[in-house]
Design a protein around this ligand. Structure first.
Ligand SMILES: C[S@@+](CC[C@H](N)C(=O)[O-])C[C@H]1O[C@@H](n2cnc3c(N)ncnc32)[C@H](O)[C@@H]1O
Length: 158
């Protein structure tokens, strides 16, 4: 994506330091100056970012933690979503993809109010993620949604 869109900056937030290093080694090898991976975990990983700094937030194939007792480890929770909303610029979009139907349903439930669905095709050329490629090769279509935060109405305020 960074190669395809040299006019945009890409920031990747990943929990595992070795994956961060691998990603940065790859972007360096490709000579890209518009992509950076940093180590961060979930909601806390977004806290250092300023308000309205992000045009598109990609959350693709977050770990589903399918066992009920592990569900608290899921990254997509109210606090995380509030942070995503804070860093998205007005009109910015949150793009979600998952192969796990129950987790995807939970994401849609949490975004049922305050978010509006947009067309997945936004006119920008995209490349499949590693996980997406695996599922596409298996003939499976991941669940996906593109959402934008509904701006709070100021109508009626003094
Ligand atoms: C299933 S992989 C998906 C990778 C990639 N998005 C794709 O579509 O190919 C999930 C990635 O998210 C990272 N991860 C899991 N939980 C995280 C969290 N709470 N914060 C940041 N990264 C996390 C994992 O280390 C792993 O690299």
């Amino acid at each position: 994506m960074a190669q395809l869109h040299p006019g945009s900056n890409f920031l990747g937030i990943e929990r595992q330091p070795e994956r961060v290093a691998k990603c940065n080694a790859r972007t360096a090898r490709l000579g890209l100056t518009n992509a950076l991976a940093v180590q961060g975990t979930g909601e806390q990983g977004l806290e250092p970012l300023p308000d309205s700094c992000c045009a598109v937030f990609h959350l693709y194939f977050p770990d589903p933690w399918p066992k009920r007792r592990h569900a608290v480890r899921r990254v997509f929770q109210q606090g995380f979503l509030a942070e995503v909303r804070r860093i998205l610029s007005p009109g910015g979009t949150l793009r979600l993809m998952s192969d796990n139907e129950p987790y995807f349903a939970e994401m849609r439930e949490l975004t049922r109010s305050g978010w509006a669905e947009r067309d997945w095709e936004d006119g920008r050329e995209a490349v499949p993620t590693a996980f997406e490629s695996v599922f596409l090769k298996l003939g499976k279509k991941p669940f996906r949604a593109c959402l934008s935060a509904v701006q709070e109405s100021t109508a009626g305020s003094p």
